[in-house]
Write a protein that binds this ligand. Structure first.
Ligand code: FES
Ligand SMILES: [Fe+2]
Length: 428
């Protein structure tokens, strides 16, 4: 349970809000790099943290992010002409550089206007198949982060954008919630659930392929330098001499990223707030060994190919109460959820309460401990930033942060399965 006051603090991310300031202290991915592939291509309208922006790659190849509305009479620069060094407004030809300086104002001879005005722009980088922006104070700009997927060939990364209509925290909480995997995703996690018998799903690319039917795993949580990690521990059938258990370690990387394990794969999921009521999920799937994999099957498992639920061109989830989030009641004879695909199931859950859930009416249980930890860390970060301190989890080397799904002898310390995760002393 969370008071309405804390819920507001947690969920509001626009300019001038405390949580908005937390997000602005990090480099955030904002769109797949493939949307701005070639110099001079069409600009992309971008709404991030409640700000209306335009991203473009100028004809010299430089990536730029600028406020959307032209400083002259506020038309959209997304319709502008992309030039060698910057972008030119279509209406009266004002030209803006990637640092926001006004280079030309052809409809006035008064050059002082160029000296006086400057458009808002943000530092931009490209890495790991994504375009990243830093939207915070320049004097606090952190080093650019290094994630493990940045070391893998782009052609072996599955990079997908999906925008949906709920607050970022609702989507993130789904990911910090190990106990839903064996229930909501029953068809994938526990084939045979209908007959009351457990058959392990042998698909080692599938993050919901649980190797045990324990629905209430033990959860262990530790604070780490990047945020926290939790281990969901499930007993495994084994002989008495060498008892085994399955460990799924999920890192939650501040402010709103998680890594979901499959036995052979990792999926890094960034939940980037578009505004208070919409979230951009940027998902990076890759094999742990860096090799290629069947991306078509990967998408089938997630259900992201269904045109009734996903606008592939816009990268937008189309589930609403109007279409009952794609749920087919007749299919529920054999499908647990009646919804096809893991991501479609997750998004139906995160959107069903409306864009911002009232957390003062919940009844949490032990299985929700990681959700409670995520909220606590984010709220602590908001209070730290309000007090002029750094948020939790600002770090540049994330290359050793990994999820894990392994069956090991009970005597193995689970922390040894993720040796790159350094613990953090709590001083919130
Ligand atoms: S509105 Fe952009 S130049 Fe006039
Ligand atoms: Fe899920």
């Amino acid at each position: 349970m969370l008071s309405q006051q804390d819920n507001e603090l947690l969920c509001r991310v626009g300019p001038g809000t405390a949580m908005g300031d937390v997000f602005r202290r990090f480099w955030n991915p904002v769109l797949p790099a493939m949307e701005l592939q070639s110099p001079g291509c069409r600009p992309v309208r971008l709404r991030i943290l409640g700000e209306e922006l335009v991203a473009f790659r100028d004809k010299s190849g430089q990536l730029c992010i600028i406020e959307e509305w032209c400083l002259h009479r506020r038309v959209s620069l997304a319709l502008g002409r992309v030039e060698e060094h910057g972008i030119r407004c279509l209406y009266h030809g004002w030209k803006f550089g990637c640092d926001g300086t006004v280079h030309e104002t052809p409809n006035t001879k008064d050059i002082r206007i160029r000296e006086r005005l400057r458009a808002r722009t943000y530092p931009v980088r490209e890495a790991g198949g994504l375009i990243w922006a830093y939207m915070g104070p320049i004097d606090k700009q952190p080093p650019f982060p290094h994630w493990r997927f940045m070391d893998i060939a782009i052609s072996n990364l599955n990079v997908v954008k999906l925008d949906s209509g709920s607050n970022y925290m609702q989507v993130l909480e789904g990911g910090a919630d190990s106990s839903h995997v064996g229930v909501l995703h029953s068809n994938f996690a526990r084939p045979g659930w209908l007959d009351g018998e457990f058959k392990a799903n042998p698909d080692d690319d599938n993050p919901t392929a649980l190797v045990s039917d324990e629905l209430a795993p033990d959860l262990e949580i530790e604070d780490t330098e990047f945020g926290f990690h939790y281990a969901a521990v499930r007993p495994m059938p084994s002989n008495d001499e060498n008892p085994m258990h399955n460990v799924r370690i999920v890192p939650i990387v501040m402010p709103s990223t998680r890594i979901i394990p499959a036995r052979a794969m990792q999926t890094v999921l960034f939940e980037v707030p578009i505004d208070d009521e919409n979230t951009r999920t940027l998902s990076i799937g890759f094999r742990i060994d860096g090799e290629s994999f069947d991306m078509s099957r990967y998408e089938d498992i997630r259900g992201r190919k269904n045109p009734a639920l996903v606008d592939q061109v816009a990268g937008r989830y189309l589930g609403t109460w109007e279409n009952h989030f794609g749920q087919d009641p007749e299919a529920m004879e054999s499908s647990w959820s009646g919804i096809q695909g893991v991501v479609m199931e997750d998004l139906a859950m995160s959107m069903s309460p409306g864009p911002i859930v009232d957390r003062s009416d919940e009844h949490l249980v032990a299985a929700d401990a990681a959700i409670v930890r995520a909220r606590r860390q984010l709220l602590a970060s908001a209070r730290r930033v309000l007090a002029g301190r750094d948020p939790i989890g600002l770090m540049d080397d994330l290359s050793q942060v990994m999820a894990c799904d392994e069956t090991v002898p009970v005597k193995t310390r689970w922390q040894d399965l993720a040796p790159g995760h350094k613990l953090r002393q709590t001083d919130d």
